[in-house]
Write a protein that binds this ligand. Structure first.
Ligand code: ADP
Length: 302
């Protein structure tokens, strides 16, 4: 089993302006989604984990190898597969040619003869469903196929930590489904980190969840636990319009719908609101995420 440990990590692009503040988490095999609004520091964290940026303070350990130890860094890099947000590949090459190039750059040639390279490439092409495109030039690929190539190059070698930054931002719904199937098929014995700001990505693929906001980790754990945090605190209330503004002052409103004669609102409250038409709701991912981003640590909202 692989294990990534991040302890008290700090990073800033400029002195005195911290983008990541005291980040700590632990993840093992399976898919971990890093969810957070734009600008909260996801890409920065992904770049640090991919060893493209150096952190200022803290510790990162992957499978007992320390990012801060220069003699272990090359070993760590061999275990990392990284797909950046904007993945570009030489458009005149075919997928096969590009993967050959990537193998030559990443793998130790002492252990890889031509036959082994060929086998590795064929296996990766098979896993990523690139068979029909393997000998076609990359410039002819759609966004979804190019992204599969991005995953293919991330799988090269002994990749055990796969880092994928905002993968579904630029592909359509159909391609998104294919991408999720692909990610699920490669998660065995790999630690996969996927950053996203889209809740639908999280609902379908994640085993573990890290929620970030403004450079800090607000939650890290099993997806179900994230929802459980808010069980017993979410209520649906039907109320007439006269009483609506008072209610808004008293409770933190998550959602509201105007039905003409009355308004239906979903609120956060530790106790059942002492009102007429109140029903408890199970938290959805959207509820839990909204509350995590907006409630203060002590549960207050004003
Ligand atoms: P996310 O991926 O969650 O959208 P980013 O990691 O891209 O967030 O950005 C976090 C913060 O760091 C933002 O305020 C952004 O403006 C800033 N930032 C990102 N890249 C750079 C850079 N190269 N130089 C300076 N500031 C940057």
């Amino acid at each position: 089993m692989n294990l990534l440990r991040v302890n008290n990590l700090y990073f800033g692009y400029r002195k005195g302006e911290e983008v990541l503040k005291n980040i700590s988490f632990e993840v093992t095999d399976g898919i971990t989604c890093i969810l957070g609004p734009n600008g909260c520091g996801k890409t920065t964290l992904m770049k640090i984990l991919a060893t493209l940026l150096k952190y200022d303070k803290g510790q990162i350990i992957f499978n007992d190898l320390d990012y801060a130890n220069p003699s272990q860094l090359m070993e760590i890099r061999k275990l990392i597969g990284y797909l950046p947000q904007r993945f570009e590949a030489y458009s005149q090459l075919t997928a096969k040619e590009f993967l050959y190039l990537a193998i030559n750059l990443k793998c130790d040639k002492k252990f890889l003869d031509k036959t082994k390279m060929e086998t590795m490439i064929n296996e990766i092409i098979e896993v990523t469903g690139l068979g029909d495109y393997a000998c076609k030039k990359i410039k002819t690929y759609s966004g979804g196929i190019k992204q599969r190539l991005g995953i293919a190059q991330a799988l090269i070698g002994e990749s055990r930590l796969i880092i994928v930054d905002e993968p579904t931002a630029s592909i359509d719904v159909q391609q998104r489904k294919a991408f999720k199937d692909l990610i699920n098929s490669i998660k065995k014995e790999r630690c996969i980190l996927i950053s996203t700001h889209l809740l639908e990505d999280v609902e379908v693929i994640c085993d573990n969840l890290i929620v970030m906001n403004k450079g800090v980790v607000e939650f890290c754990g099993m997806y179900d636990k994230f929802l459980q945090k808010y069980e017993g605190c979410i209520w649906k209330i039907q109320i007439d319009k006269q009483n609506y503004s008072n209610l808004k002052k008293e409770f933190f409103v998550i959602e509201e719908r105007d039905f003409g004669k009355y308004i239906e609102i979903k609120v956060y409250s530790l106790q059942k609101p002492a009102l007429g038409n109140v029903e408890e709701c199970l938290p959805t991912l959207s509820d839990a995420y909204y509350l995590t981003l907006n409630l203060k640590g002590d549960g207050s909202f004003q």
